[in-house]
Design a binder for this molecule. Sequence first.
Ligand SMILES: [Zn+2]
Length: 458
Amino acid sequence: MGLATACILEQDPTGEFRHMIHDEVDKWVDQIIDEVFEDGKEPTVMELSQLFSETKQKFFGACFQALIEQKYAGLLEQEYAPCPQCGKMCKKRRGNLKQMVTMQGPSVLKRPWFYCVNCSYGFSPLDKALEISRKKYQFDVQKKSTRTAAEVPFSSGSELFEELTDHPVSDHFMHDTFEEVGEYACLEDVIPSQEEIIARYQGVNESSWRPVLVVASDGAHVPTRPKAKRNEKRGRGQWQEAKGFRIYLLGKDRIAHVASWHQIQNEEQFGEDLSFVASRIPQDDLRIGLLGDGADWLWKHMVACFPKGRQILDYFHCAEHIHKVAKLQYGEKSQKCLEWVESTITRLFYAEVDNVIWGLQRMKPRDSLAKEEIRKLIGYLQNNRERIHYRGDRIGGYPIGSGGIESANKFICHTRMKRSGAWWVKETGNEMLGTRCAIYNGTYGKIFEKYKNAQIPL
Ligand SMILES: [Zn+2]
């Protein structure tokens, strides 16, 4: 090879890469030929697909490795590198093998390793440039496995992951990575930024009326248990309330989700979190509807955070209470029961709360159970008198029922948290809730990015 050709080759890593890939293709083709063209064999589509699944990882993993070797040849051959901490020039110690698995398959990189004696610090410039994870499974796998773990239990998650991607990841890997990523699911990042919220609001602002922002709060019970050390008996479980809210925009004919946040936490923390989210919302540009059931803690904080909000007692919760009284007083599905429910709800629809209370006070309870329910309903209506005006809400374009929060609760809490046999340590439970909220809010990518950046060495 002449000097000129050698120079051209050196400057053209793409040519070398092409050669390496051709070699890999040949190896792969050989494998396929052996399997497929054997005498008498007539593989079906499914069998061929299975063969591709089995062979492609090795093939792509090798291509992947070849690509890095050519693209980052400079870093792989580096003899000296400055210490990222003190800047001192360090000489290469040894070549160090890095086994890694990406979604494309397994690869091995032999990259130089440096050690600064001043700082007692070991480093590899290639790891930083390529953002290589210290784990064997790289960040692309970690991102998908964590996303999977947010949907299904860790054990079935790892099975499902292998089934769908042909990558065997253990449930331990899935669990540990989930916990590490979940630490970054904090309120600040799970909630979309102010710019993002404004963009969503502009997306639904198509009529001359200011759009309605709905803030719906609720609690859901989650099974929890105290943290136990290894080999230690688990403590007694208890149900704790995950308090949360969902905020969404009502456009002319569609709903735009803004933010969900649920945590196992006390009332004060709920208030602080809601207040933080409220500060990101341009409240003056919106009409605001506050939705909730009768719980006092939730109204206290919603009103403090959205002082101009219109308070609306959730219609479905309200109707539930009415049905309960009707059932006990008149018997389930009796004509009288149906009539009373219908007339009571109609009166409430027209904001005739005092009328309904008056009627209840005059009702002759059928038995002590009915008496107690009637007493409770009177108290409930008195407490929420100012929040019952469904006809006015309808006319103004406000929602009357928090179907929104119910479905969010179901999606965020119940489907993953309330599986049989699942008892959550509060911290892990909150990481799970935070991660699920991030997925729902469209901020999971941002959470993962923060986790990833914190893992990359200096
Ligand atoms: Zn140093």
